[in-house]
Write a protein that binds this ligand. Sequence first.
Ligand SMILES: [Zn+2]
Length: 196
Amino acid sequence: MARAPRRRRGRRQDRIDRAGCTLDRRARCTIKPVSGQKGLPRCRTLPQNQNNMADTRTPTQRSAIMRAVGSKNTKPELVVRRMAHRLGYRFRLHVKALPGKPDIVFASRNKIILVHGCFWHGHGCRYGKLPKSRLEFWRPKIAANRIRDRRTAKSLRSLGWKVLVIWQCQTKDLKSLEKRLERFMAQESDRQHKPN
Ligand SMILES: [Zn+2]
């Protein structure tokens, strides 16, 4: 598989890499100074298996992604919230009484928006790609998340809510995001949700 050429990374990134070198990585890690180059040596992680498939993210990036799991108020969620608010819709957040504690709940309109991070919820886009190392760890994790997402959306719909899933990658194009949001909010909701 061809990989896009990496941008040359500066000294700062090298330092971050080394600082982020976790124990189990360090076991496979040989730090060799790149000849003729001043400053910090580059942290060279040996290939983790014979296919030379190492994690394409730095440990720092990977742990940032990991931290984002299940967390509220992620950046994509904030983008959607801000937009909905600007368009004049009012909503409640992370409603515990509903299945899956949905992110954005428009109670009066019977509508719910779920904002999914592409990596954690296994989107088919480029952000949703699994890391190339420790696949045996990531694959079941992401698969379980996807099953849970489907179940959550299904139970919400069966309770009479209209559900829109917005993926992280879909929050980058604000124009089309706004169109989608408006279209969703304009939809008639067929059933009236009965609050408990
Ligand atoms: Zn995506």
